[in-house]
Design a protein around this ligand. Sequence first.
Ligand code: GLA
Length: 392
Amino acid sequence: MYDRLQALFRSVYQREPAAVARAPGRIEFIGNHTDYNGGTVLGAALDRGTWVAVSPRTDGVRRFYSEFSPTVVTLAPGEIGKRSGNSSWVNYPLGVAQALPFFDLKSPIGFDFLAVSDLPAGAGLSSSAALELASALAFLEVTHQSASREVVVKVGRHAENQFVGVPCGILDQGVSGFGQKDRLVFIDCRGPRFETVPLPAGAHFWLFNTHTKHALVDGLYAARHRECMESAAILGVDLLVDATGSQVEAKRVDLGEIRWKRARHVLGEIQRVEEMVACLQKGDLVRAGHLLTASHASSRLLFENSTDELDFLVERLAAMPGVFGARLTGGGFGGAVMALTTGAFGDRQAQEVAAAYAQRFGARVDSLHAQTGDGANVVTPGERSESKSPEQ
Ligand code: GLA
């Protein structure tokens, strides 16, 4: 990836990158839509992600180029308007540059910026958080500043909430920032507080990307966020994490059917994350798998963010030997399904799933035996084996 990034940077800008940073995509392991409700969540960083190269400019001009949309987008000094259409990806690095001053950090005045990625976009694997974190680290590097991992994570979320305009929680950025190979990231989102827990030996992840994305996905995400906040207000708490199951039942009429379902999902999901942590400590992957499949059922029936394609995959996978459990991963309304499997689940089984999917939907599903990886870091130019992590 480093060589590809450097070669592309030279050919697009006729100069060398001054700073290179990478940040991984993530799997949401369990804890669907719990993050912005102040709950807990578990995720894993992938060994794939987004790489960013930046060189500063003194004239205030900012130029952006990526493999996602190969035309140079040029912003005049001081120009900060949000982009749309093919160049809307620029909103992520631009949002990060806008966010830095909110954390008492400087943004580079001008720069040439380039991004490449080996993450499938739109698969619910957080290619956008990876782009945000890699951008933040590269901007800090070219301005000779350092920040803690936690601040870098918060800068990414700020960019997404305030500039891109998605009311997401801290899951994606938190896992991309704090991920570690062979470990899961546990986030208590209200703090936020980040920890890692070891992945039990013999646990494997398979991802099935449907390439489907609901046309209104951002609007649907925002609607779920709003429904959760309304539920919390009716229950008289700041965030749903502070409500209890009996309060939700007592206020069922006031909540109405939709908000009652959303609240039940969030509380049930927080409970499952807690149980999952205990399962992981005991290495009980069988029970872990049941929790994953129960999480999916709750997303499907109560949070209503699944699709026929995702349901089909989960049902099919959960019935196969070698699969502990499966669920949608990420925001939902399309994207990918994640399965927790034994080492016995392999390409042959994945192809079986793909064939059944093709027969049912007449479409392709891509599978990936996902490997966990480390969180975001700066890669020193010219010494690509050496890398520098943000301060802890
Ligand atoms: C998206 C958001 C996250 C989280 C998940 C659902 O990935 O970016 O903040 O809310 O959906 O759990």
